[in-house]
Write a protein that binds this ligand. Structure first.
Ligand SMILES: *Cc1c(COP(=O)(O)O)cnc(C)c1O
Length: 355
């Protein structure tokens, strides 16, 4: 048995793998594979509609929200967003709290002016910058809710007077949040909601109306809204996997129930790490991520043997991002508590041998 701590693409619920495999062979008893049905058929329309309505239900979205499934990963949103809302005459405000956020900043600069309100780059993104002000005349304020690589997370929604935009790729639907406070949310699916190749976008109708025109059709959000996420052939299978994952999330009790389990997993892991002096937690405690826990070992020479011990227990994806080093344990929604229990038991055992 494997314990999958991969950062993305990452673990999905077992039942999702089973149902997705069945649908590849025979989708809903139609005698056709999900891979060979037309996207403009009642068969797929039902998939898309149910996925959209589950997103609305699980996120408790108000009527003024549009839900889209768009091609590409979150990195496509890094440029599609400013292409729609920024210009050479306007400014967008960004918080620079991690590698993904800094990539979003780089892309936005291609389309207009960018004001970086604060950055924690100097301290290797070991924290979320805590004092900054957002200019009232910027067209939007962009931040990353969870910094996947560095293991930091924003635990409160920033109060701003301008449209609020968030990259929620690595913590969407992992905790309760007032999603209606945001004008624009995007998330690559492959961490918490499905298979790679599709983005979930949740946006205010009024905000989308303000978008630029004269950009390629596939880039214009308004056109995707007008065509119900079917401006061209959507990533049919990736959207189907999202549907299955959303159904699973609803079946276990929705976001509130998920948050309780995620809290348990993260507390167990962080409490164990704190209790064992051979480990070091580089992230500022108040900003620790409940989705990606980053740690190193005080004696770097022990890292290889810890890695080997994890491997022997069937653990995958424990190595830190190449830019950070050490270890990173991803605790996404589908990861069972039992995997964290196995890991923390191993940590204690390892510490007693080497401590
Ligand atoms: C993984 C990730 C991305 C990049 O997603 P791609 O689908 O590879 O483009 C962007 N932002 C965050 C927060 C991520 O975790």
């Amino acid at each position: 048995m494997k314990h999958n701590f991969n950062a993305g693409p990452s673990i999905l619920p077992r039942v999702v793998f089973e149902e997705a495999s069945r649908a590849i062979l025979d989708f809903n008893g139609t005698g056709l594979s999900i891979l060979e049905i037309g996207h403009r058929t009642p068969l797929f329309e039902a998939v898309l509609q149910e996925a959209v309505s589950l997103v609305k239900e699980l996120m408790q979205l108000k009527e003024d929200k549009e839900v889209l499934f768009l091609h590409g990963g979150a990195s496509t949103q890094f440029f599609q967003l400013p292409m729609n809302f920024l210009s050479k005459e306007t400014t967008a405000a960004y918080l620079d709290a991690g590698v993904w956020g800094s990539k979003a900043i780089k892309e936005a600069k291609l389309f207009g002016n960018v004001k970086v309100v604060a950055s924690s780059k100097e301290t290797h993104y070991d924290r979320i910058p805590d004092s900054y002000s957002v200019p009232d005349d910027a067209v939007y304020f962009h931040y990353t809710t969870n910094n996947t690589i560095e293991g930091t997370q924003m635990h409160a929604i920033p109060a701003v007077n301008i449209p609020l935009v968030a990259d929620m790729s690595s913590d969407i639907l992992s905790r309760e949040m007032d999603f209606n406070r945001f004008d624009f949310i995007y998330a690559g699916a492959q961490k918490n909601i499905g298979a790679a190749g599709v983005n979930l976008v949740v946006a205010n109708k009024g905000f989308l109306e303000k978008g630029n025109t004269g950009i390629p059709s596939m880039m214009e959000y308004r056109q995707h809204v007008a065509n119900g996420s079917m401006l061209n052939t959507p990533p049919v299978f990736a959207i189907y996997v999202c549907l299955l994952t959303l159904r699973w999330l609803k079946s276990i009790g929705g976001v509130a129930a998920m948050e309780k389990i995620n809290d348990q997993k993260a507390s167990l892991l962080y409490n164990t790490l704190e209790s064992l002096p051979i480990f070091h937690l580089p992230v500022a405690p108040q900003d620790r991520s409940l989705m990606n826990a980053v740690f190193t070992m005080k004696d770097p020479d022990l890292e290889a043997s810890f890695l080997q011990a994890c491997k022997e227990e069937g653990m995958v994806g424990v190595k830190g991002h190449r830019s950070v080093g050490g270890f990173r344990i991803s605790l996404y929604n589908a990861l069972p508590l039992s995997s964290v229990e196995t890991l923390t038991a191993l940590m204690k055992h390892f510490a007693s041998k080497h401590g």
